[in-house]
Design a protein around this ligand. Sequence first.
Ligand code: ZN
Length: 340
Amino acid sequence: MTQRPLAAFVITAGWLLLGGCAHSAQPAAEPQPIIDMHFHAMGAGEQGPPPLAMCVSGVNLPVWDQRQPWPDPFVQWLKEPECSDPVWSPKTDDELMNQSIEVLRRYNITALTSSAGEGVLERWHAAEPTRIIPTLHFNVAEQRPSVETVRQWFKEGRYKALAEVTNQYIGVEANDPAFEPYLALAEELDIPVGMHIGTGPPGTAYLGFVNYRARMSSPLALEDVLVKHPKLRVYVMHAGWPMIDDMLAVMWAHPQVYVDTGVIIFVLPKAEFYRYLQRFIDAGFGRRVMFGSDQMVWPGVVPKAIQLIEEAPFLTAAQKRDILYNNAARFLRLDTAPVK
Ligand SMILES: [Zn+2]
């Protein structure tokens, strides 16, 4: 998720993540490479006043009693975790950046990273130029750069993908005329595009995004764009949760479409995430699911997300490697050999 309105808090395509340290999923001495397709650089206060807790694979999502504005119980949910082992967010911008980079290095992760903040991505990239791969956060409602400016940025190599595209937050469909020239450019320049389709924070429409609609979580909305731009390389961020049938229909009809596991991998109860992930595998789409964390302000969530893939009882060792690395390497057309 990602985006940002509420004054104090917001959402990002990623939202919520990290905490002090990464206790679980201790990596081996020489960890195999991982690609995180969905990573955010942001300030420590962008999801609410830090520190905020995240219960990875928690049991209950928050409930709204409308006698209070929704942001209050939502933040309370992040302040008073039900679980015994929450991941807490760092309190300062520097701590958030440093802990995020430490996790990337420790687990041998390369992360496609976007930011809605002024100069934030540049700072993170300067601190870790190898593992932080800058991508262009994009929303047609914001002060968007012109098509020619975006063309120049991509030609300079400033960004490697157009992601996260957060138009759903403002109620804009994938085939909106205002977005069309950017899709045409991405196709022309062969730039991967990551579309936010699926879940934002619970109660997104009451967090400042008044035009956010759940019905726009259907990946079917992508079809016109995919047919119009057959060479466009699109991945559906958040895997279109919870619209699994629509998602599978799109993947069948459009064999070029990939998905990432951003946010649903850690914010959903484990049984639901596993059931959702298994649907892709059982349907034969195991080569088009890519690991994405949607790290926002909880770097400590990333190791736990990796652990969920590594411990999934329905995945073979080869399928785990595909999700954690090989599928993304193929989608991104990296010049590397598959990792067994
Ligand atoms: Zn998103």
